[in-house]
Design a protein around this ligand. Structure first.
Ligand code: IYR
Length: 245
């Protein structure tokens, strides 16, 4: 069935003239690519992200602060509910702060692993990863980036506003951060010591913020090994309802 392109595609164009009168809009900067170029880029991007791995031993070699800043700037381009950008990244290279975080995280994980705060099924799922309560990477990696979600907005005058889809928004930002770190040739580990409320007080963050995840970042320790994981096949993760014309 041919779509009649002589008819306008949209009956309700965005922005409506009324909307454009009330709020600023600009032309979207976009250059349409040739099909072949799209395909090449798609495959190159897949090849890039397929090589990303979480590593658990980092080199202590320093990483310039501006690389972390660029990764956070990239993460902060993430789409977010009502464009609230409800995230704060705390980037730490100060050894004393890293050591305090490491100590507190290991204490929580000690309870998780050795006093069975994680149940048997959970521990069984983790067995192939071989994780335990030792979290030395938190101290060794040159950077520790702690990502906080802003449960609500706290304005400078003390008033508050709601944020929307906070977990979804911060999750997307986290994904972009990991991808940016990988693309610049560094490695990271998404780490969620549980519970991790201690990070808010330890880092002096305001009460509207809750830790979402933290990421040791650095060069992988040369020769580091990672679990021999297989990723699900496309058919396992994708269902297509295709047009049949
Ligand atoms: N937070 C613990 C346990 C842990 C949980 C999951 I789910 C993992 O994928 C890996 C670890 C820890 O960091 O050891």
């Amino acid at each position: 069935m041919d779509v009649d392109q002589t008819e306008p595609l949209y009956r309700y164009p965005y922005p409506s003239p009324e909307l454009a009168d009330q709020h600023p809009f600009v032309a979207h900067e976009h250059q349409r690519l040739e099909d072949g170029e799209m395909s090449r880029r798609a495959k190159a991007f897949l090849a890039l992200v397929a090589k990303r791995r979480s590593v658990r031993m980092f080199s202590s070699d320093p990483v310039p602060r501006d690389l972390i800043e660029v990764a956070v700037a990239a993460a902060s381009t993430a789409p977010s509910g009502a464009h609230k950008q409800p995230w704060t990244f705390v980037a730490i290279s100060d050894p004393r702060t890293k050591a305090r975080i490491c100590e507190a995280a290991e204490a929580e994980e000690h309870t998780n692993y050795l006093q069975n705060r994680m149940n048997a099924e959970w521990q069984e799922s983790l067995a192939p990863l071989g994780t335990d309560h030792h979290k030395e990477f938190l101290e060794v990696a040159p950077w520790l980036v702690v990502l906080f979600e802003q449960r609500y907005e706290l304005r400078t005058d003390g008033s508050t506003r709601k944020n929307y889809y906070v977990k979804e928004s911060v999750g997307i930002a986290a994904g972009l951060f990991l991808t940016a770190i990988h693309d610049m040739g560094l490695a990271a580990l998404p780490h969620t010591p549980s519970p991790m409320a201690f990070l808010r007080t330890l880092l002096g963050r305001p009460e509207n913020e809750r830790p979402f995840a933290m990421f040791p970042v650095g060069h992988p320790l040369p020769g580091v090994r990672v679990p021999d994981l297989q990723r699900k096949a496309l058919e396992e993760v994708l269902i297509v309802l295709e047009r049949s014309d």
